[in-house]
Design a protein around this ligand. Structure first.
Ligand SMILES: [Zn+2]
Length: 291
């Protein structure tokens, strides 16, 4: 584990010696006792989800409400890896949060006897620490999505689930023929929640991505209607960006509801890393999705 990562300072491979990862230039990073590695090397302070947000998200996701999306990502991943036939493929969950999808996919591939290394990267130390507690064999690192600690052309699948997408980094780390799955909110995602919070709720606009070096293969949606009860409503609310920008009276309306019915609407774009690299230089695109 962890040897899929490269040195965030100089980009060379990291070799594991007991509980330390070291590159040939002598940069070293200790594996935390919690079972993850901190590869965050800039002077900027950490951003990302706080411990409270991580806890709310974990409680909600562990209820299984988004399990149908996880199942689809598992079957898509397994089908691609079976067809590809790589010996030890690498899957990276870029913006893994508290590891729900990372651990879920690793567990699924293990049950299917598909050998693979599964890694997750997130800017939030609280989230990565929580991910390591899931106990699944995944390599987790605190690091930037805009400077992934991964070697060029080393990854078979990059997953981006409600995370910022840096096309340039995805293009750099993916092998030719590798896939990028981008999961974003579809037009009706959480519309029932928005109807409670806002007088004039709007549908999510479609996402567009500028991804030089990629070709769009296909797109699909996964949709369900769910009924959310009690404290679970607040957990769901706390996962969304609305939590921070909703007036108190609207939040109170939600708090007084016994149940909430809302559509879940996930949109998935699948891109393939092109063989031909003679493209204009890619640029990063900051884009944040609501959960
Ligand atoms: Zn180094």
């Amino acid at each position: 584990m962890f040897e899929c990562f490269c040195c965030p300072v100089c980009g060379q491979a990291l070799i594991r010696e007991s509980q330390t990862l070291r590159c040939s230039a002598g940069h070293s990073f200790d594996i935390a006792s919690g079972g993850y590695v901190n590869l965050w090397v800039t002077n900027r302070t950490h951003a990302g989800d706080s411990k409270g947000m991580v806890t709310a998200r974990r409680r909600f996701l562990d209820s299984g409400a988004y399990g149908f999306l996880l199942n689809r990502l598992c079957s898509e991943t397994a089908a691609f890896l079976r067809g590809r036939g790589e010996k030890d493929p690498l899957i990276v969950d870029a913006g893994c949060g508290e590891g729900y999808y990372t651990a879920g996919i690793a567990a699924y591939l293990r049950r299917q006897n598909i050998p693979a290394t599964v890694a997750g990267v997130d800017i939030s130390k609280a989230a990565v620490r929580a991910g390591a507690k899931r106990g699944e064999e995944v390599s987790l690192a605190v690091a930037s999505l805009f400077k992934l600690p991964l070697c060029p052309a080393s990854v078979d699948i990059v997953l981006s689930v409600f995370a910022p997408v840096c096309g340039a980094e995805c293009a750099r780390v993916l092998k030719p023929g590798g896939l990028l799955f981008i999961v974003s909110p579809g037009s009706r995602h959480l519309f029932g929640l928005k109807e409670i919070l806002y007088d004039d709720p709007y549908e999510n606009p479609p996402n567009t991505y500028y991804l030089p070096g990629f070709r769009q293969m296909r797109q699909f949606s996964e949709k369900r209607e769910i009924l959310v009860r009690g404290g679970q409503m607040n957990d769901l609310f706390a996962m969304t960006p609305y939590y921070w920008k909703t007036p108190a009276d609207a939040s109170a309306r939600l708090a007084h509801l016994p149940t909430l019915s809302t559509p879940l609407d996930f949109h998935v774009d699948v891109y393939e890393r092109c063989e031909d690299d003679a493209q204009e230089p890619p640029v990063c695109e900051h884009q944040t999705h609501n959960q």
